[in-house]
Design a protein around this ligand. Structure first.
Ligand code: NCD
Length: 313
């Protein structure tokens, strides 16, 4: 059997995404005694960059399915002693884990790791390149929102899959530091495949050359959109300070309740949120803001992703 990695969203076909979503929608409870499909399997998490939700979400997902997690503490690992990432990968692989979940500041690191391992590599974010499970959980959250709204009387699986179909022709504004965002990259690839129209909204220095629709003004596009995805300014990826201050940025790009008015628009953010810069306090506690729902869906999606990769490998 060929080893299946999840390094970018394009590693999964649309049918496979439907399979993962179906499995996710089918989970009534996160923890069940009879669903320990990862029992007797061991997983290594090795995050070379900071993380709160992605790392804990993967670890909880694996434990919910009965798997064991060994978290490599980077500060105390041999990487800190100068070992190359290839040697670290080969060493970990020799311990025969069932998968390695990794995050790295360099784009391409998980792909590189996969050359030295014989188990699935799951990308928890590499530089500004990709963050596939984040995009999957975002798409799942969006599909479920519309599914529940339009097909209120259907069962959860139908709501999810029909919700996914209903996204064709809907419009999302992705707002913020798009140029440096792996979340934006992965979402763009995935959302386009499911027929969602995309508008990138940012100051010019946060954008790249693109064929997608671009705007520098939230007010100009607000009546076109069904979904807004706000992003954090990725200061750790900026070589120089390229804006006056985050407050200047917020004056033009913060998602506020005033901006949304009573429009039927949902707001997503991958976290961590810069409050009152990316999303204001009032909007954050509005039911249209799906941030905590995204976190909850993140565990479910990662359970299904880990189950999927272990079954296919
Ligand atoms: C994002 C990341 O690390 O790429 N967060 C996350 O994984 N939920 C986004 C960010 O750091 O801004």
């Amino acid at each position: 059997m060929r080893i299946r990695h999840l390094i970018q969203t394009s590693d999964l076909s649309n049918d496979e995404i439907c399979e993962i979503f179906q499995n996710t929608a089918n989970r009534s409870d996160l923890i069940t005694e009879d669903n320990k499909v990862l029992k007797n399997k061991r997983f290594i998490t090795i995050f070379f960059e900071n993380s709160t939700r992605t790392l804990s979400s993967f670890e909880i997902a694996i434990k919910n399915l009965g798997g064991e997690v060994i978290r490599l503490d980077i500060a105390n690992s041999s990487t800190a002693k100068g070992e190359s990432i290839a040697d670290t990968a080969a060493t970990l692989n020799a311990m025969q884990p069932h998968a390695i979940i990794t995050r790295h500041k360099s784009a391409g690191a998980p792909n590189f790791l996969s050359k030295f391992t014989s188990c699935p590599i799951v990308n928890g974010g590499d530089g500004a390149h990709a963050h596939p499970t984040q995009a999957l959980l975002d798409l799942y959250t969006i599909a479920n929102h519309f599914g529940k709204k339009i097909f209120a009387n259907s069962n959860p699986i139908d709501q999810c899959l029909r919700g996914l179909e209903s996204l064709r022709g809907k419009c999302i504004a992705i707002v913020g530091d798009i140029k440096n965002s792996r979340v934006a990259n992965s979402n763009i690839e995935l959302l386009m495949r499911f027929g969602v129209n995309i508008i990138l909204v940012a100051p010019p220095h946060f954008l790249y050359k693109t064929r997608l629709k671009v705007s520098h003004n939230l007010h100009q596009i607000i009546d076109e959109v069904d979904i807004i995805m706000a992003l954090r300014t990725q200061t750790e990826r900026h070589n120089t300070q390229i804006y006056g201050s985050l407050k200047d940025y917020a004056n033009r790009f913060c998602i506020t309740k005033e901006l949304l008015g009573n429009r039927d628009i949902i707001v997503l953010h991958p976290g961590p949120v810069h409050r009152n810069i990316d999303i204001d306090d009032e909007m954050f506690s509005d039911p249209r803001c799906k941030v905590l729902e995204q976190v909850q869906n993140g565990v479910r999606i990662r359970m299904s992703v880990m189950e999927f990769l272990c079954n296919k490998t």
